[in-house]
Unconditional design. Sequence first.
Length: 555
Amino acid sequence: MEALLIRDEKTGAEWRVWPDPDVIPAGSIHETGSYLFELTGAEHADTADLLIDDVRLEALRAPAPDAARWRWPPGFQAGLVEAELRLSGRSPRRFEITTDPDLRKLTRDDFDAMVREILDDTFALFSLSSFRKGIARGNGARPPAIARLEFLRSRIEELETIVAAIARSPRRILKAQDRNVAHYQATRATGPEILRSFQSGPVLRETTNTTRLPAALNGFLPAQIRIRQRQSSLDLPEHRQMAACLRAWTAWLTVAAEQLDKGGRERGTEVGREASGWARRCRRLARRLSQLGTSAPFVDAGDAPPRLTLSALFRNDPSYRRFYRLWQDMNLGIAAIFGDFLNLPLARTFELYELWCFLRLVRAATLEFGDESFAVQDLFISDASGGLTLAAGAVTVSVGDSWQLCFQKQYREFWLEPDRRGSYSRTMTPDIVAARNAAAEGDRGRMIVLDAKYRVADGLNDALTSIHTYRDALVQEAEAGDVKGIVSAAYLLTPDMPAVGSTYRSTAMPGRLFHPQYRAGFRFGAMTLKPGMATSDLASALRLIIADATSEEPE
């Protein structure tokens, strides 16, 4: 019999995904794992193809003539993925697989916080630059890309179909509700309900000689009896989240329409007319989304954050699962406005984390050194229309006390550099460098190398090579011709927060890298930088970095 299995390479656990798929426990397939797909009992298995989200997987050597095997590392991909099995001479077989994020990395809230803090830091640093008036006029706001709006429009059309299917057969929940009824209507009242009703209202006394009440009541009965009934309700947590998402998307499209309308009036060209046309479309799309929010499952739903939690309902119900998939698509389309603004796609979280670390440290430096000696003009690029874009290439910011923070600065061979500071092997580009002017230290300029890594646990071990290389290869040539290293410390920056032991010798890797004694003794290791950290914690991390470079203890 033909069957397609997925097997965890680490644990050996396996589940059938086609046909008659098994229920895969939550958390079994996660973004940091590695899995094998194995097809068995199929004719012409050697010609079979397996695609994940329309990307063909690389085939491995099959264990038998009627079998095929593929390896799949999910990577940074959490949620529902679509798989397609193509067999020779037959129609494709399609199924879905749910992957879970590595919970030790950033959660979705952390990811949102990272984006928010990048924007907050950007505008805070804008205020320290000579571009202050331009920001006040709003030139930094850019309308969303037309291609993204086309994508969102197609998603909304599908969203209407899905919401209609959910409204026809919504999931419900039974909720208990207390109701007061007259004593002569409470034909199904229970003993406890009658006894509780004596405390909540007037009491009647039976006046006939022949009693119809139980002897325990002694001829007394409450005038109103409070009975508990169970009623069907649509107020599910999933409906609350879905309604909140619809409201958030409506608000975003309304703001996008305002930006497009403003851009159309300013340009007054064919491009401007196109922008105005899309502004009208955005308003129509916003009205359509607002109308969806009045559907039966959502109209009485309570408040919730505009974020879906991958619950059993979203996993197992086809209509709700499609809504979850569309939620992912809508977030991707909406996030592009920030990606354009930052010159970085938000889907590439590891690159976004590098930029976030740099901006957080620059922001902390404004608190540590004050903003009088700041020079942040290199952070921004001015375009012909007067707008401003955060630079994503090599950037150097002077932060005071002869210190500079550099983002992705290139170091060529030292004999090619005017200051004779560089690499003795090849061109190197560290993520972040904290460097002090050589003149401020009597021609003994030193630097700290910080390598931002969106990795956790064992992934940090693989990242050690880079900071070892930077610490050894970056040098400075003296006037006498002597060549000496200039990197006084090298750290990894990561969102991971591992447990550390009492001493670094008793702490296993990679937790050892985070131990304060290890960092202080070797000026080497890792530091935690995670979205949501207090500004005081960031300033403390920066003080540690400066102390390493100047051989001073932090205050």
